[in-house]
Ligand binder design. Sequence first.
Ligand code: UDP
Ligand code: MG
Length: 316
Amino acid sequence: MKLSIVAPVYNEEAVITDFHYNLLMPAISTLKGTKSYEVVYVNDGSSDKSLEILQQLTQHDKHIKVVSLSRNFGKELALTAGIAEATGDAILTIDTDGQQPPRYIQQFVDRWLAGADVVVGVRDHYQKHGLVARLGSSLFYFLINILGAKTVPGSTDFRLISKEVQAEFLKLTEHRRITRGIIDWLGFKQDHLYFTYENRLAGKPSYNFKKLFGLAINSFISMSPTPLYIFGWLGCAITLLSGLFGLFILIEQFAMSDPMGLNFTGATCLGIFTAFLIGLVLISQAITALYISHIHTESLGRPLYVVDKKNSRNLK
Ligand code: UDP
Ligand code: MG
């Protein structure tokens, strides 16, 4: 049994050595249940000394591989590059800043040995995050679960996948990807491991609010077209209500000469008519959205289904 550790690195010169020797290696050297290992560091176009430090690490240890990307592609693609390079029976992805503590690796491995194909690390508390971050993250999980994802709040990309899941993962070619979203989509037997999120060893996080917001938008869009439909339903409601109200005015005021004495003005009629038209525009937009969402699904080019070969029998 071989374990691959995949760790993305972007401008982490302040932490790599500490992470590697003081956190990762102690965890790996005491690991039970695996025979060999490799560490795949992915340099995601760092502009500091990260790459040199990583290359130096490989001189002392043949277990270490370095994949160096030509520029900064973002963590999601850096992870993908690392997963593609991994040759283990199980692949564990982990941040290099120490926030996802390597001391949990044994537990990930144990869950995998017990039969899980995917072991998802879940943050068990948010104390160390600010109020805005906590609210934002709660809102994100609330919305994404409404949209139909089955994501446990606090799920991270500190996770282990089996090589079967790796093989299926690598078949997916979409560009704007959220690695953990894809892994969730693939299915297989998932297990959740709660861990305590640590403070950064040193350095600064490179994900700021703007990047996180973009990531959240990407997740929503790749998840489902529901946000587009919401406006369609709004349009239906507006059209229906203003249509009924307009009809009422027509009958009450014009056909029956205002028996209730309501005295609708021209401005009211105009307002109702405008609302009716706005409703129609929203509906027609939603219909366009339907077509776009079909094109979107097709263009992702995901496989129609994924077969779990391990649990299937006597296939051709
Ligand atoms: N990272 C990366 N490419 C990027 C940004 C970040 O490979 O463009 C790596 C980074 O080196 C770290 C991990 O992704 O190992 C998490 O990044 P960070 O700590 O900045 O974000 P957090 O998720 O902790 O807010
Ligand atoms: Mg971090």
